[in-house]
Ligand binder design. Structure first.
Ligand code: B3K
Ligand code: ZN
Length: 880
């Protein structure tokens, strides 16, 4: 635990390191209750700085055994040691430094550095975990060539892995020694080690230049039948990165290891990716389609980091979005290519609008390139990742696919093997395309979500449409008076026949066409606080379709009648905006549904019935068009958040849809039910998504629907259908039936941790079943484990983020339960504790009584002893 008031680190204070570490040779002796780490470093003074001759190495929770400089033992009086560092002085230009430390992987519950998960050893070093292994310059701009020796009991560790290529293996009595060498210089955060009793599946990939690469996935023996899909996704990712970015893999072997106890999804360690088992393991009986898609995306994401992150890395952690935003953009394009591009866009916009806009409007709001932080672990956020990806996506839109590729080629060529900044990325884009993107860089510096207000005026006589856009970005902590951003507005004007009209804009301020309009992408460049654009030869008053494809991460204020929205829902040639129009319509209904008698307008029923019967449309797209906005999405579109009113309004509209369209849902369900054996193909997945949505509505409205759900629950041979049926039964409010099925489900699946996690969250995230006693029981259940982040997320994460109306129960007991968990986890796993806190930071948006109760719990956490820097930062910012 760090001291009570950890300090703030500023981007403006960045300085290069005093020394470079050219070579790092590590020896791990894995013993029963501890591990001895010997680190030999080849140090070279950084000549670009005034030589000071002293070196401060980062280190935490380490037992220092010895320090040897150029073969001479250094006495304790000759170095300084504290809880965070080891400092040596009087140094020369070059040295060989050897440091021996002892660490305790068994006792490491924070899951940073070297720890044990089940029977295996594994590491997590990003961002600052390496300093829990040995004293080091634990910063991403220090890139070193690593050689790693692992010595461990042979019997319990038949597998011993590290980065790079395996160069040596020998048996030393009952021990085995394995050596790995990684020729690519890398920062310490990309170091990895794994040892244990694992089984391996192997495949091959031949790169575009004909080199053969060995691919291996290591899992615990019990999961041996769950590796095929990840291997397949890996090969598709490798091919895609060659085809779309010209990037080839650069080692002879690429390994993935599945680990049960892991703080996040996965980690891109060079040549040795480590995955949370939930993000890599799947077979049809245990994993849902959603899990398959998540695996495909995360395998790709971690693989793509090999170039965007590893070969070219970040100079400092303020540049985190350099690798994360770019890599999320890359994995999103990959998923869009593998599945439906429109559906992927809808999913991403949903995350932006529910989670990122909330972060951007709350106490933890920060720019894509933050100026400061207390604890870097708190900055692995939706702003850095998803908003960062949106910003890269806007560059792609502005430059076009070819221009963007020229820019990325130049970026990789210019900076290969370097640790660079976000501006180096933007400069490569500028230089390759000869454009000035300085205005665009405001997206990296200014936090907050711009709000765009739209007004338009059509003149029949002049056949002109004038469109006025205003932008305003609200204040965020530490930032006021924001400057206008460069906002790409992809648009269409739709005639009464549903067809797009030809668009030819002019600037009312006399700007040239090339400065305001990209013909190829139909993008209007909006760059001032307020601008008017004139469209001529518009023969009839068109329907406005703005921000097609979610072309910028902004909020739009535009008044359109329900009739216009229905027209767009039916006719827009842009699938994303069809969905968006439907969501806006549903939001209007949810707000206006005063009682249980609420009914859908007849005209809307006809439109939805038409969608359900339309066999030409992508079924997954239809499923999204008929899905109500989630409660958190609705909350983000509300001035003051009243979770109970939101829940009630949404439930009324859901029932109204279920009742009005029950025959159509039944027919759709029957049409899409098939006897084909389960396959995780896009074709099957899209059909299942609509089939199961239809089942959900149908089972709300009728006994036949409920029976169909029960039947599907009993009869299905795959987890997608079984879980969808279980969720429909839980949602139906038939408690006895739901509980009986939940019991059966647990009996069937209690041996499989990943399935049990789904079972935990199906209950904890349900408002229908929700009582705090149930959450308490789940926390005490034999399947629950406070050391396992997946279990914590499945119960407490689902409870606080999904079951809103009972998390926000009036007396504050839901908040208290979460705060108790945060305080408990603060002592064992600060990263997870801090993540769980997010729902408690939203008190300012709530109705006053709820807000007061929530703030009280934050104050209680703030006053509890020994706060980690992770929890300290979030709590103090939320209360500020
Ligand atoms: N880079 C890792 C995240 C590390 C999180 C450290 N707290 C996974 C990823 O984004 O690919
Ligand atoms: Zn990443």
């Amino acid at each position: 635990m760090r001291d009570a008031h950890p300090s703030t680190i500023y981007l403006k204070d960045y300085q290069q390191p005093a020394y470079w570490i050219d070579q790092t040779e590590l020896t791990f002796q894995l013993e029963d209750d501890s591990t001895l780490v010997t680190s030999r470093l080849a140090l070279r003074r950084n000549d670009s700085l005034t030589p000071e001759g002293y070196l401060r190495l980062d280190g935490q929770q380490l037992e220092l055994v010895s320090v040897t400089l150029d073969g001479q033992l250094v006495a304790a009086e000759q170095y300084q040691l504290d809880d965070e560092s080891l400092t040596l002085s009087g140094l020369q230009e070059q040295h060989q430094l050897e440091i021996v430390t002892r660490i305790h992987p068994d006792k490491n519950t924070a899951l940073e550095g070297l720890y044990r998960s089940g029977g295996m050893y594994c590491t997590q070093c990003e961002a600052e975990g390496f300093r829990r292994i040995t004293y080091y310059l634990d910063r991403p701009d220090v890139m070193s060539v690593f050689t790693t020796h692992i010595i461990a009991p042979a019997e319990s560790n038949p597998v011993m892995l590290s980065n790079g290529n395996c160069t040596h293996e020998e048996v030393l009595g009952e021990q085995r020694k394995v050596t790995w060498h990684d020729p690519h210089p890398k920062p310490a955060y990309l170091f990895a080690l794994v040892a244990g009793d694992l089984v391996m599946h192997e495949d091959r990939f031949v790169t575009m230049n004909g080199r053969e690469v060995t691919l291996r996935i290591f899992v615990e023996p019990v999961n041996a039948d769950k590796t095929a899909y990840a291997l397949d996704a890996l090969k598709r990712s490798m091919r895609w990165d060659e085809e779309v970015y010209g990037r080839e893999y650069d080692l002879d072997i690429f390994m993935i290891v599945a680990v049960d106890d892991f703080n996040m999804g996965a980690m891109e360690n060079k040549g040795l990716n480590i995955f949370n088992s939930s993000c890599v393991l799947a077979n049809p009986a245990t994993a849902t389609d959603t899990a398959y898609q998540r695996i495909e995306a995360i395998v790709a994401h971690e693989y793509f980091h090999n170039w965007s992150g590893n070969r070219v890395t970040c100079r400092d952690w303020f540049q985190l979005s350099l690798k994360e935003g770019f890599t999320v953009f890359r994995d999103a394009c990959f998923s869009a290519d593998m599945n439906s591009a429109t559906v992927k866009r809808i999913e991403d916009a949903n995350i932006m609008r529910t989670v990122q806009f909330a972060e951007d409007g709350g106490p933890m709001a920060h720019p894509v390139q933050p100026d400061s932080f207390i604890e870097i672990s708190n900055f692995y956020t939706v702003t850095i990742y998803e908003k960062g990806a949106e910003v890269v996506g806007m560059l792609h839109k502005i430059l076009g696919a070819d221009g963007f590729r020229k820019g990325s080629d130049l970026y990789f060529e210019r900076h290969d093997g370097q640790a660079v900044t976000i501006y180096d990325f933007v400069s490569a884009m500028e230089d390759a395309n000869q454009v000035d993107l300085s205005l665009f860089t405001r997206w990296y510096k200014q936090a907050g979500t711009p709000v765009i207000s739209v007004s338009s005026d059509y003149s029949k006589a002049e056949q002109t449409l004038s469109l006025t856009l205003k932008q305003n970005c609200p204040d965020t902590p530490g930032q006021t008076d924001k400057l206008p951003m460069w906002i790409p507005v992809q648009l269409g004007l739709i005639g009464s026949d549903g067809q797009d009209l030809a668009v030819a804009p002019e600037s009312a301020d006399g700007k040239s066409l090339e400065n305001i309009w990209s013909e190829d992408s139909q993008v209007l460049h909006f760059t001032e606080a307020e601008e008017t654009f004139i469209f001529r030869n518009v023969t009839e008053e068109p329907a406005l379709s703005l921000f097609r494809g979610f072309s910028a991460p902004v909020k739009v204020e535009q008044s359109q009648s329900d009739a216009e929205l229905l027209f767009l829902l039916q006719n827009d040639s842009d699938g994303f905006n069809r969905w968006d129009a439907g969501q806006r319509l549903m939001l209007n209904w949810i707000r206006s549904a005063q009682d249980d008698e609420f009914e859908l307008p007849d005209v809307a029923v006809k439109v939805f019935a038409g969608l359900l019967a339309d066999e030409e449309l992508d079924p997954a797209m239809v499923a999204y068009l008929l899905t109500l906005p989630s409660e958190s999405y609705i909350a983000e579109f509300s001035e003051v958040v009243d979770p109970h009113a939101i829940h009630l309004g949404r439930k009324r509209v859901r029932m109204a849809m279920a009742m009005a369209l029950s025959d159509q849902f039944a027919a759709c369900y029957q049409r899409l039910t098939s006897n084909l054996a389960y396959e995780p193909t896009p074709e099957q997945m899209t059909r299942r998504s609509l089939k199961n949505l239809a089942l959900q509505y149908w089972s709300q409205a009728t006994c036949e629907g409920l029976q169909a759900a029960r039947h599907q629950f009993d009869a299905s041979d795959n987890m997608t259908d079984q879980m969808a049926a279980l969720s429909a039964l839980v949602l139906s409010g038939e408690h006895e039936l739901a509980d009986a099925c939940l019991d059966d489900f647990y009996k069937e699946w209690k041996h499989d941790a990943l399935v049990v996690n789904q079972w935990l969250s199906a209950q904890a995230g349900s408002c229908e079943l929700g009582t705090l006693e149930r959450i308490q029981q789940l926390l005490e259940h034999e399947a629950f484990d406070w050391r396992n982040p997946n279990k914590i997320r499945s119960v407490l994460g689902a409870f606080a983020n999904q079951a809103l109306s009972f998390f926000h129960q009036q007396d504050g007991a839901g908040y208290q339960l979460l705060a108790d968990a945060v305080i408990r986890l603060n002592a064992t796993n600060p990263q997870i504790a801090s993540r769980l806190l997010t729902p408690l930071t939203k008190w300012r948006r709530l109705t006053p009584e709820l807000g007061d109760n929530m703030r009280g719990e934050l104050q209680r956490i703030a006053a509890s002893p020994d706060l980690s820097s992770d929890v300290y930062e979030v709590v103090t910012k939320a209360l500020a």
